[in-house]
Write a protein that binds this ligand. Structure first.
Ligand code: NAP
Length: 363
C-alpha cells in the first residue's frame, strides 16, 4: 500500500505526448507540481500547450530535457518525486526500422527510467503506460483465451521484431518493467494497458501519435472504398489519463489494468460518425471484403500483410474491463462521444477540412 503525498512533485515522461498531455492537465488541475520530461525543451510546438495548461490553476510545471536512450537522463528530473508516470514510447503505424524506431526506445527507455527510480530515494510508485498490444498480437488471439476475452493474465506471445514490432516493443518493455520492479521493494509498479486511444488532442497540430495516423486514414478518403472489419478495442484519451491518475494515487492500485471501453471494429467506428459527418468527410461507409484485402492489401500497404488480414479481418476483439472499473472506479465515456470529439478537435485545429473547405486532411 503506497500513499503518495500531494505536496511532492510528480514526474511524467514524454509529457508533451497525446495521452501524457491529458495526464499533465489533470495533475495541474489538482494543483500538483509536474516535472515534465520532454525531448526538445526549446521546441515551442511541443511545449507551449503544456504551459498554457498552467493558466487556470495553482499547479506548477517544470520542464526537463530527457531522452529515453540516454542512461541517467531522468535522474535530475526525478529528484524529490514520489510518483513517476512513464508514458514515453514511440507509437506509429509503420516503420522501416523497428529496432531503432520502436524496440530500443521502449526497452532502453523503460530500463533507464526504472533505474533512475531505484536510485532516487523518494520514489514510491511508478505507473507505466503499456498497451493491450502487450497482451495480444491479432484479434484472433483474444478469441483463443479462456472465455474468449482478453484479461490482465494474458501476454502477447506472437509479436516479433518482424511481425507487429510495435506490439513486440510494448510486450518486452512491460515484461522488463515487471522484472526490474520485482528486484527491489522501494517502489511498486502499476501498469495501464489501453486499447486503441481516441478522443480530443490538446495539441493536435503537433500530435505524432499513431492514433492520428489512423484518424487521418479514416478521414482523408483513402478508406473510401471501405474499412476493414478488424476487431479492436477503443478507449477515450481522457479516461486513460484519469486511469493513470487513479492508479498513481489510489494506495491499493495493483498489477495490470486493461483500459478498453468498447469492443468494436473499424467499420463500426466509422458508422458512428456518419450521421454527423457523412456529408462533410469521406468516411468509409462499407466493409472492405477480406478476400480483397488478402489479395491486394500487401501491395497497397504493408499494414495489411496477408497474415494480418487472416488473423484480424472479420474477427471480433473482446477485452474484459471489469478490473479497472471496480478497483479504480473508471467510468468510460460512450464511444460516439469519444469519436465525435476526436473529429471536432481535428476540424477545430484545421487538420480536417470539411467538404466546403475541400475535403482533405492536412498535415
Ligand atoms: P505520442 O503522442 O507519440 O507520445 C509518445 C511520447 O514519447 C512523445 O512525447 C515522444 O516525444 C516520446 N518519445 C519517443 N521517443 C523518445 C525518446 N527517444 N526519448 C524521449 N521521449 C521519446 O503517443 P501516445 O499515443 O500518447 O503514446 C503514449 C504511450 O501510450 C506510449 O507508451 C504508447 O505505447 C501508449 N499507448 C498508446 C495508445 C494509443 O492508441 N495512442 C494505445 C495504447 C498504448 P517526442 O514528441 O519528442 O517525439
Amino acid at each position: 500500500m503506497k500513499r503518495i503525498k500531494k505536496n511532492k512533485p510528480v514526474l511524467v515522461t514524454g509529457a508533451n505526448g497525446y495521452i501524457a498531455s491529458w495526464i499533465v492537465k489533470y495533475l495541474l488541475q489538482k494543483n500538483l507540481t509536474v516535472h515534465a520530461c520532454v525531448r526538445g525543451i526549446k521546441n515551442k510546438n511541443k511545449t507551449q500547450h503544456l504551459l498554457d495548461l498552467t493558466k487556470n490553476n495553482k499547479g506548477k510545471l517544470f520542464f526537463f530535457e530527457t531522452n529515453l536512450l540516454k542512461e541517467g537522463s531522468y535522474d535530475n528530473a526525478m529528484i524529490g518525486c514520489e510518483l513517476v508516470f512513464h508514458t514515453a514510447s514511440p507509437f506509429k503505424m509503420k516503420t522501416q526500422n523497428p529496432k531503432k524506431d520502436f524496440i530500443e526506445p521502449a526497452l532502453k527507455g523503460t530500463k533507464n527510467v526504472l533505474k533512475s527510480a531505484t536510485k532516487t530515494k523518494t520514489v514510491k510508485r511508478v505507473v507505466l503506460t503499456s498497451s493491450c498490444a502487450a497482451m495480444y498480437a491479432d484479434a484472433i488471439d483474444t478469441t483463443k483465451t479462456p472465455n474468449k476475452t482478453l484479461t490482465e493474465d494474458v501476454w502477447n506471445t506472437k509479436a516479433t521484431e518482424k511481425y507487429q514490432p510495435y506490439s513486440y516493443s510494448k510486450t518486452i518493455a512491460e515484461k522488463e518493467a515487471w522484472k526490474i520492479s520485482k528486484k527491489q521493494n522501494k517502489w511498486d509498479l502499476v501498469v495501464i494497458n489501453p486499447s486503441l486511444v481516441f478522443g480530443p488532442s490538446i495539441n493536435p497540430k503537433n500530435n505524432t501519435s499513431g492514433t492520428m495516423e489512423i484518424l487521418e486514414m479514416m478521414t482523408n478518403g483513402s478508406m473510401k472504398i471501405g474499412a476493414p472489419k478488424s476487431g479492436v478495442g477503443v478507449v477515450d484519451v481522457r479516461d486513460v489519463a484519469d486511469a493513470h491518475i487513479k492508479a498513481g494515487f489510489n494506495p491499493s492500485a495493483k498489477g495490470r489494468y486493461i483500459a478498453s471501453a468498447h469492443n468494436t471494429d473499424f467499420l463500426e467506428i466509422s458508422r458512428l460518425l456518419i450521421p454527423k459527418y457523412g456529408n462533410k468527410i469521406p468516411l468509409p461507409k462499407k466493409a472492405i471484403p477480406k478476400w480483397f484485402l488478402f489479395l491486394f492489401g500487401p501491395i497497397f500497404d504493408k499494414v495489411f500483410s496477408r497474415r494480418f488480414v487472416l488473423n484480424n479481418v472479420n474477427i471480433p476483439f473482446n477485452a474484459d474491463n471489469s478490473k479497472i472499473k471496480k478497483e479504480l472506479n473508471i467510468k468510460f465515456k460512450p464511444i460516439k462521444e469519444t469519436m465525435e470529439d476526436s473529429i471536432e478537435s481535428l476540424i477545430k485545429s484545421g487538420l480536417i477540412k470539411t467538404k466546403k473547405q475541400k475535403n482533405t486532411y492536412v498535415r
